[in-house]
Design a protein. Structure first.
Length: 115
């Protein structure tokens, strides 16, 4: 099983980034997919989640109306479009796949929002 995040980097406040998470080794289309983040010295927090078909999504209040989670089951990939980025969005972002007792994690990608 592999989850490989990409798309992180340094961006100015107000800018945008699109994170991708490529999955392999399991039946991606059956799994709920989530993005979490962890800032330095803080606990990890759930940012967004999407159901297996992509119909149901949910977001943390802190990112609602700025971030959009989506998935392409044909490409085994989940995305996180991040707009209007703020310095407080700076964190390592992790991709997570869940189905019953299965719980898979990626290695994370750093997002830094700074001028």
């Amino acid at each position: 099983v592999q989850l490989v995040e990409s798309g992180g980097g340094l961006v100015q406040p107000g800018g945008s980034l699109r994170l991708s998470c490529a999955a392999s080794g399991f039946t991606f289309s059956r799994y709920q997919m989530l993005w979490h983040r962890q800032a330095l010295g803080k606990e990890r927090e759930l940012v967004a989640g999407i159901g297996s078909t992509g119909v149901i999504t949910n977001y943390a209040d802190s990112v609602k109306d700025r971030f959009t989670i989506s998935r392409d089951n044909a490409k085994n990939t989940v995305y996180l479009q991040m707009n209007s980025l703020k310095p407080e969005d700076t964190a390592v972002y992790y991709c997570n796949a869940r189905l019953r007792w299965d719980d898979y994690w990626g290695q994370g990608t750093q997002v830094t929002v700074s001028s």
